[in-house]
Design a binder for this molecule. Structure first.
Ligand code: PAF
Length: 279
């Protein structure tokens, strides 16, 4: 695996291969786990060169403590990537991406940014849009891979790519879970043993929601979810919503030929966990 820290070095390498090879890209913030590696495997299947980036992007953190405490495991990440047959690791420092101006641009994602996470994490999606666009410009991949755990992020990246006519195909990949159902996340490594035992309740609830959605209206389900979480001592519900997959707007009644998804955000202590399920 080649490791590059600067745009110039990365471009010198990629430029030599771009003409005749498909380049796949998996952007990450490091602290890699099986979920990231599943994106890389898909990327390897569909491309001749796989590029993974590791960059903890400050402009997408609305909470400075979350940024400070974001797990950093660079040595372990490089070993995992080597074993998973990553061709190129791009690990820029902050200056490579932001020069002296560490601020986000503002984007219009046609309202997707105001739903769910957007209501609780001010400026988060402008930060994501800024860094993803810059990384796309630097790497210039044919395809880029994003996990469905951050489903709103995936839809927002799709929207940005379409609106800005960026020449990259966005591929969404299924959520990768622990055996007990907990969605894999870099933040899981910060959970205590007791929180780790409690957290699978999130997915268990989503699975029950999926069954209930066949018969019950969204509002009744919302009340049930709130009630279930009130009984949990280690988990606090931040939001639960059932929304149209395209618009991400929450719904009160179902329509024909529309795909819905249930979304949830929960705190275990100060660790924020999100998950979703197609219903
Ligand atoms: O999903 C993530 O890890 C980040 O939001 C991303 C896409 C790498 C941008 O910083």
């Amino acid at each position: 695996m080649k490791v590059f820290y600067t745009k110039t070095a990365l471009n010198a390498y990629l430029d030599a291969h771009k003409k005749d090879k498909q380049i796949g890209f998996v952007p990450t913030m490091g602290a890699l786990h099986e979920g990231h590696l599943s994106l890389l495997r898909k990327c390897n299947e569909e491309n001749e060169i796989s590029v993974v980036s590791i960059f903890v992007n400050p402009t997408q953190f609305d909470n400075p403590t979350d940024l400070m405490k974001y797990p950093k495991t660079f040595q372990q990440d490089t070993t995992l990537l080597e074993h998973a047959q990553c061709d190129v690791l791009f690990a820029p420092d902050i200056k490579e991406i932001y020069a002296e101006n560490i601020t986000a641009n503002s984007f219009d994602f046609d309202g997707l940014e105001h739903e769910m996470e957007g209501k609780f994490r001010t400026g988060h999606f402008d930060g994501v849009g800024t860094v993803v666009k810059r990384l796309f410009e630097i790497v210039a991949p044919n395809k880029a891979y994003f996990g469905e755990k951050d489903f709103q992020q995936l839809q927002i990246v799709r929207k940005m790519t379409e609106k800005e006519q960026l020449p990259v195909k966005i591929k969404g990949c299924e959520i990768y879970r622990e055996e007990n159902g907990l969605a894999m996340s870099s933040r899981n490594s910060r959970l205590t043993e007791a929180q780790l035992q409690a957290a699978p309740f999130i997915f268990k609830t989503l699975q029950e929601v999926k069954v209930k959605f066949r018969e019950e209206p969204p509002n009744t389900i919302l009340k049930w979810v709130k009630n279930e979480f009130e009984k949990q001592s280690l988990l606090t519900l931040e939001y639960f919503t059932i929304a149209d997959e395209k618009t991400l707007k929450n719904i009160s009644t179902k329509k024909e030929k529309t795909q819905y998804r249930a979304f949830i955000a929960v705190f275990a202590g100060e660790i924020r966990l999100i998950d979703n399920i197609q219903v």
